[in-house]
Design a binder for this molecule. Structure first.
Ligand code: FES
Length: 123
């Protein structure tokens, strides 16, 4: 399934991976502009989030990812990567998501996206 997005003029896209580097059901950590991010391949759809647990800051990329849910390695809270919500503690702040743009085999992330205001979507 092709994933595209409209990126506003002046947006800053960072090439983070090829599709093959993040197989379905896997995640991959990357750095951009001094921040750590993690990209998930959820059933062929790519989602990016800050690699920081909203609870106490543990790196989510060190946890487990399956069925669209990432489990924090520190206290085991679960987050739905599609919407960013904390499944374990629904009133808690969710993941800081970023826009993903897929062009052919290349996966980009718009790292300047304000947290939780814009998300990857299909086109
Ligand atoms: S630091 Fe992630 S659940 Fe506590």
């Amino acid at each position: 399934m092709e994933q595209t997005d409209v990126v506003a003029a002046g947006s800053d896209m960072t090439l983070v991976a090829t599709r093959a580097q993040v197989p379905e059901g896997c995640m991959r950590r990357f750095e951009s502009k001094g921040r750590s991010w993690v990209i998930f391949n959820d059933g062929g759809e790519f989602v990016a989030a800050a690699d920081v647990c909203p609870h106490k800051g543990a790196p989510l990329s060190a946890g487990e990812f399956a069925d669209g849910v990432v489990v924090c390695p520190l206290h085991g809270w679960e987050f739905d990567v599609r919407g960013g919500e904390c499944v374990s503690m629904p009133d808690w702040r969710g993941l800081d998501l970023a826009t993903v743009v897929v062009e052919g085999e290349l996966v980009y992330v718009v790292t300047s996206t304000p947290p939780s205001q814009d998300r990857s979507r299909e086109g």
